[in-house]
Design a protein around this ligand. Structure first.
Ligand SMILES: Cc1cc2nc3c(=O)[nH]c(=O)nc-3n(C[C@H](O)[C@H](O)[C@H](O)COP(=O)(O)OP(=O)(O)OC[C@H]3O[C@@H](n4cnc5c(N)ncnc54)[C@H](O)[C@@H]3O)c2cc1C
Length: 449
């Protein structure tokens, strides 16, 4: 039996469905470099991804196998040379990947090669449609379909025959932000186990505090498949329902993208389409560089530039400030984060951005607007997080950070606010009421206050 396993984003040995039968017969692991992803992904994600790929390559070699890395243009030649009995690959919900997989499966079928499509980046099966709210999805679909599964052991020996193939070296994009995330699969396991021991039981209490190590920080490794979601579910099951719910949000957004591929560029909720978002490049640039004059927003955006990652609470605050207070198009923010996040994931990013802007699944109604100053008081009460990323605010204590009028005087190097929370809120509500008022007359559904 000759099996080909096509790797995409499942870059690990342990608990990997692609490797389920790797010890049986001849086994040929391959990764085709995807031109689309090369162009679309930012260097932060690409750097971690290719780092993970190098780790996988050596792990496969350590058990006697060989990972072939080929340009995607060589796909057909590869299958004609290798002539496998069966091909294993994992499903992917992104519109581009689905199109790519359909073409590949058609090609393999035309050559009489069997294809096994497996699940790895989702925990639950794809439902026939989407659920209107996360709660319904969680109760009726996720909990009904998901149970902890036994792990798939890492293969101890792989037998890969040699072929003359036009392999290519692994690219080495430069990204300082990605460096701190570089880790071996074993190191990722150690970090995860440390979180399971010390963080999981208190996850619910600490997960909203950006200055604390209260969350798992596994998202970059989930993105590159350096850790299995099934393992995370297994360890969290019965210990932290809140953590299991966070894993379920991944599935929720993935299913939405699968059923609504148009949401990559378009609001999920039709009543939001045509909303008069602003396209102010100068203000966007100040938001992106962490110079809005709103401390928590700036801390978040600077964390992104230094580390390629932002705490979830701060992601919500920066997205809310951009879309509500600055009234800038969520698509601009989505693109910026996508290009800079080390865990950039289309389904998660688009889904969360639309949630924050109000136009997505289970989103807050438009009139719920976070006040970033109150968010800072509540979730960063000692201003540890803000001081860590915005050094020019060191002179200001936590209580002074909320007093924007005097803050600039106290810390002259810090910019004055682009828009204060009160001004931004007022403007957004005015624009939204006018827009939805007109929509209501056209009989389109909209949220009522
Ligand atoms: C505007 C915005 C953009 C985002 N973009 C991305 C993105 O591109 N990629 C990404 O993986 N996450 C994204 N998120 C979701 C979330 O912020 C990150 O998954 C989380 O911060 C990762 O940190 P962690 O691993 O410590 O999470 P933990 O709190 O430890 O959660 C465990 C895992 O659950 C999943 N998860 C947690 N929260 C969410 C969520 N809200 N939506 C979906 N999955 C979640 C992640 O896989 C995470 O690793 C975004 C959120 C917002 C508000």
């Amino acid at each position: 039996m000759r099996t080909v396993a096509i790797f995409r984003r499942e870059l690990r040995l342990y608990d990997n469905p692609l490797l389920q039968d790797a010890e049986r017969g001849e086994f040929i692991p391959v990764l085709f470099l995807d031109d689309h992803n090369q162009q679309e992904h930012g260097d932060t994600l690409r750097a971690l991804f290719f780092h993970a790929l190098r780790q996988l390559q050596s792990s496969i070699e350590a058990v006697g196998g060989r990972l072939y890395i080929l340009p995607s243009t060589e796909q057909e030649r590869f299958f004609d040379t290798v002539r496998p009995d069966v091909v294993r690959l994992c499903e992917d919900v992104e519109p581009h990947s689905r199109q790519r997989d359909k073409q590949l499966i058609d090609l393999l079928n035309s050559k009489g090669i069997r294809v096994h499509v497996l699940r790895d980046s989702l925990l639950s099966p794809l439902p026939d449609g989407t659920y209107p709210s996360f709660t319904q999805f969680y109760k009726k679909h996720f909990l009904e379909n998901v149970r902890p599964l036994s792990p798939i052991p890492a293969p101890k020996a792989i037998n890969t025959p040699s072929f003359e193939l036009p392999t290519v070296p692994i690219p080495e994009p430069e990204s300082e932000a990605a460096q701190s995330w570089f880790a071996t699969e074993e190191e990722v396991q150690r970090r995860w186990q440390a979180f399971v021991r010390a963080g999981l039981a208190q996850y619910e209490q600490r997960r909203n505090l950006p200055s604390q190590p209260g969350t798992s920080r596994m998202s970059p490794y989930v993105r590159c498949g350096m850790i299995s979601l099934r393992q995370m579910l297994r360890d969290a099951w019965g210990v932290s329902e809140q953590f299991v719910k966070e894993l379920a949000w991944r599935d929720f957004y993935s299913h939405i993208l699968y059923h609504h591929p148009e949401t990559v560029n378009m609001e999920l909720r039709p009543e939001w389409r045509g909303f008069p978002w602003r396209h102010d490049e100068e203000q966007f640039e100040r938001w992106a560089r962490g110079c809005t004059g709103i401390p928590l927003v700036d801390a978040g955006m600077r964390q992104l530039l230094c580390e390629g990652w932002i705490h979830n609470r701060t992601r919500m605050v920066v997205a809310n400030y951009l879309t509500k207070h600055l009234l800038i198009d969520w698509r601009w923010g989505e693109r910026w984060l996508y290009l800079h996040l080390v865990d950039a994931d289309l389904a998660m990013n688009v889904g969360n951005w639309q949630w924050a802007a109000g136009c997505g699944a289970d989103a807050q109604p438009y009139y719920r607007i976070f006040n970033p100053l109150l968010q800072a008081q509540k979730f960063d009460p000692q201003a540890e997080y803000i001081h860590r990323y915005v050094p020019e605010l060191q002179q200001a204590g936590a209580e002074q950070l909320g007093d924007l009028e005097n803050l600039h005087r106290l810390c002259p190097d810090y910019p004055s606010p682009l828009v204060t929370p009160d001004e931004g809120r007022k403007r957004f509500l005015q624009v939204a009421r006018q827009f939805f008022g007109e929509r209501a007359q056209e009989n389109l559904p909209f949220d009522r206050e």
